[in-house]
Design a protein around this ligand. Structure first.
Ligand code: TLP
Length: 339
């Protein structure tokens, strides 16, 4: 099977498994796991934030951030197609008691005027705006990169209004590699950042939440509330350290494969492609349902993700080769034919 459903499907490589087996461990709830501590230090250094916390998933990292930044009754400004709003089980309401103020955009970039309009005036009988969230790269916007200038302007604006900004950077390294910039450039000035080890970087489990020392101290309490305090987590952290050392640069290959995939699909008349910037390819089918397409592709040995009635997502990653991409395009061509 050629699995293009997500970059979460990668399996640890032999080198990564060796690093996991050799990991020094301790009880991380006591802060005594040396490998977890090393991963947190390395992540903070790479992203240029003061401190980091290892969490089991991206969802937990994002939701801890929402909880720490806000108070119940607050509003959170975010993009209407964002992961936090769409795929985290309503947890911002369930756990933090906050209300989302979604803003619809074409490619995930929040226009300053729309943010300005969404911010509540400081009047005692209105709810308070507590946080702004952005996503880079943007999953549902086919891996769109948040342009650096736009992010900086938003950050400056939000800060001028006294609002913190959290980045869902599940795929921040995809953005960094595509732009040819160190990830810390994309994280500069942000109040908190979450990034995932378990997506394009190829680790089996885990994400990092980053912020100031005070923010992370509080985040550690909230992680424990959620049952996310882990014990000898060094075996997992070792996979993360390995991923940060060996798997960042090869994201460029995933991007190249995504471009190849998009080029092949663009030749098929019955496919309406979104722009491809990193490792996610999204398109609408003009003549077939997404469910039917996914089923037919599966019969041809290719797994894809139907994300809407006519909408398909394909994601390139460490465990798919250029050759397999060529096969996937050939299967789509056989199924949909040329114009
Ligand atoms: N995304 C998954 C699914 O949940 C959709 C995927 O296959 O792409 N932020 C972003 C931008 C994400 O894409 C994801 C996962 C998360 C957060 C949550 O990470 P996990 O799955 O570790 O909770």
């Amino acid at each position: 099977m050629i699995d293009l459903r997500s970059d979460t499907v990668t399996k640890p490589t032999a080198g990564m498994r060796r690093a996991m087996a050799a990991a020094e461990v301790g009880d991380d709830v006591y802060g005594e796991d040396p490998t977890v501590n090393k991963l947190q230090e390395r992540a903070a250094e790479l992203l240029g934030l003061e401190a980091a916390l290892f969490v089991p998933s991206g969802t937990m990292g994002n939701q801890i951030a929402v909880k720490v930044h806000t108070r119940p009754g607050d509003e959170v400004i975010l993009e209407a197609d964002s992961h936090i709003f769409n795929y985290e089980m309503g947890m911002m309401a369930a756990f933090s008691g906050v209300l989302a103020r979604p803003i619809q955009t074409a490619r995930g970039v929040l226009p300053l005027e729309a943010v300005a309009e969404a911010i509540r005036s400081a009047i005692y009988y209105l709810s308070r705006t507590g946080l702004v969230c952005i996503e880079n790269t943007h999953n549902r916007k086919s891996g769109a990169i948040y342009p650096l200038e736009a992010a900086r302007e938003l950050l400056e604006f939000a800060h001028s209004k006294g609002l913190p900004v959290h980045l869902d950077g599940a795929r921040i390294f995809n953005a960094a590699v595509a732009l040819g910039l160190p990830a810390r450039e994309l994280a500069r000035g942000l109040d908190s950042v979450m990034f995932c080890l378990s997506k394009g970087l190829g680790a089996p489990v885990g994400s990092l939440l980053l912020g100031s020392r005070a923010f992370i101290e509080e985040a550690r309490r909230v992680r424990k509330m959620l049952g996310g305090g882990m014990r000898q987590a060094g075996v997992l952290a070792a996979a993360g350290l390995y991923a940060l050392e060996h798997h960042i640069d090869c994201l460029a290959e995933d991007h190249e494969n995504a471009r190849l995939l998009a080029q092949g699909l663009a030749e098929l008349g019955s496919v309406q492609l979104e722009p491809v910037e990193t490792n996610i390819v999204i398109f609408n089918l003009k003549e077939m349902s997404a469910a039917e397409f996914a089923e037919q592709m599966k019969e041809r040995g290719i797994l894809v993700h139907a994300i809407g009635p006519q909408r398909i997502r394909l994601v390139t990653h460490l465990d798919v080769s250029r050759e397999q991409i060529v096969k996937a395009v050939a299967a789509a061509r056989e199924l949909l034919g040329r114009d």
